[in-house]
Write a protein that binds this ligand. Structure first.
Ligand code: MN
Length: 423
């Protein structure tokens, strides 16, 4: 039984009103204290729970794991045991922190070892990411980009409504929250001029979510839409940084390259698909009808509210976008089924980005490119300045959460400052 389905579940650790981390969440991440060793962690309210310490003190006796799985720099070791084992682990944690459970609560020595104030830990990239694939699954985003760069009458390319378009990205430059990036250099070309080399003048964010996979089925095997969720561990917020001027010049004919692979920022907590189950909703109507291997049963999209904030240097943060993961035209099960339909194998720790998540209204567009409509409608900030793209020293912050039946489950945030090009 998944704890997230129980709205009355209360923790004996205080959970402040509106916290992203009630007992129904139990996300997974990697933490350390000072410069000490990293450990597998979860979070409840303003406390981080050290799972390695829980293991050492005998609280996971009935589970298949060993100490090294938690005394680890990544979540890959616990993910190797697969969906059922991580579900059992999450349920064990929920039970341990239930209001009336005295097992750990009554042991002050163990509590001291196991619980850390959230502001005392550093959070790290949670997973050693193998392959990174980025999809392009928001119809509104693809339509907006098609209108701006091609023909409004034929904004979507002919394949878009038939398959989840994607490309293979690069995992080496995926970084955790709070790590600043520098404005990238590259080749750009203005209309009627020769190409030139220099710092990008059009650095943009892409509001995305990304999911991590468990081990797949091996080379040559397909994962069906019905099997897909057994291979999905959980989701994080994902800022797929993009340099629009570099992108525009380089992308023909093989797609994005250096415009995309200089950095992508990911939030530290992985919220499991199990935790998101109460927030499952129908996928938008798909017309024309999809081919058989992309058909699916039930609710496979998720109602996750997404917000983007821009914080100028020494200024206050300003909300510039409100979107929702449920707007995605293609759901994760279809993305995974399509990815493996040719026998391409996915592995434990692979990452799949959703593509920029834009909604139907101009305030729900998931990139500066769309919000400022290719620079023609600059975003006005309260400090009197305006933005067409991200400026040096701006910090971009994504937040995401789901609310249903009085329960809120949040993702925390991913925050990245853009620094000037390196000199
Ligand atoms: Mn992207």
């Amino acid at each position: 039984m998944i704890a997230a389905n129980n709205p009355s579940l209360m923790a004996w650790i205080p959970v402040p009103q509106g916290s992203d981390f009630p007992l129904q969440n139990i996300p997974f991440g990697i933490a350390s204290i000072d410069k000490g060793p990293r450990f597998v962690a979860t979070r409840i309210g303003n406390h981080v729970v050290n799972l390695a310490a829980l293991f050492r003190r005998g609280y996971f006796k009935d589970l298949p794991y060993s100490l090294e799985d938690f005394d680890s720099d990544t979540l890959n070791a616990i993910m190797k045991y697969g969906k059922l084992a991580t579900r059992d682990l999450r349920n064990r944690l929920s039970h341990l922190f239930e209001e009336n459970n005295q097992e750990l609560q009554s042991n002050s020595v163990d509590c001291k070892e196991i619980l850390v104030a959230a502001n005392e830990v550093t959070l790290h990239l949670p997973i050693e990411i193998g392959d990174y694939t980025d999809f392009y699954s928001s119809k509104e985003h693809a339509t907006n980009v098609g209108c701006m760069f091609r023909d409004p009458a034929n904004a979507l390319l002919p394949n878009w409504l038939w398959l989840p378009v994607g490309y293979h990205g690069r995992s080496s430059s995926i970084i955790p929250s709070d790590v600043p990036i520098h404005r990238p250099f590259g080749q750009t070309k203005a209309e009627g001029e020769d190409p030139k080399y220099g710092p990008s003048q059009r650095v943009d964010f892409e509001l995305e979510m990304a999911f991590y996979t468990f081990e797949g089925k091996g080379l040559g095997h397909q994962i069906t839409t019905e099997e897909a969720e057994d291979h999905i561990f959980g989701l994080s917020l994902f800022n797929d940084w993009s340099a629009r001027d570099i992108q525009q010049w380089e992308y023909v004919p093989l797609g994005p390259f250096l415009a995309k692979n200089f950095a992508s920022s990911i939030s530290p907590w992985v919220v499991t698909l199990d935790a998101l189950e109460p927030f499952a909703v129908d996928t938008p109507l798909q017309e024309p009808k999809v081919l058989d291997y992309l058909k699916f049963q039930g609710k496979k999209s998720y109602d996750i509210q997404l917000e983007v904030y821009l914080q100028p240097k020494d200024g206050e943060e300003v909300k510039i976008c409100t979107s929702n993961f449920k707007y995605m035209y293609w759901n994760m099960a279809q993305q995974l089924a399509h990815h493996t339909v040719n026998g391409c194998n996915i592995r434990c720790g692979d990452l799949m980005g959703s593509g920029t998540i834009s909604g139907p209204t101009p305030d729900s567009y998931g990139s500066m490119l769309e919000l400022a409509w290719k620079g023609t409608k600059p975003i006005q900030l309260p400090d009197g300045t305006e933005r067409k793209f991200v400026q040096d020293y701006d910090t971009i912050i994504f937040r995401g959460f789901s609310v249903f039946n009085g329960i809120k489950i949040g993702f925390g945030e991913v925050r990245t400052q853009l620094l000037p090009a390196r000199t």
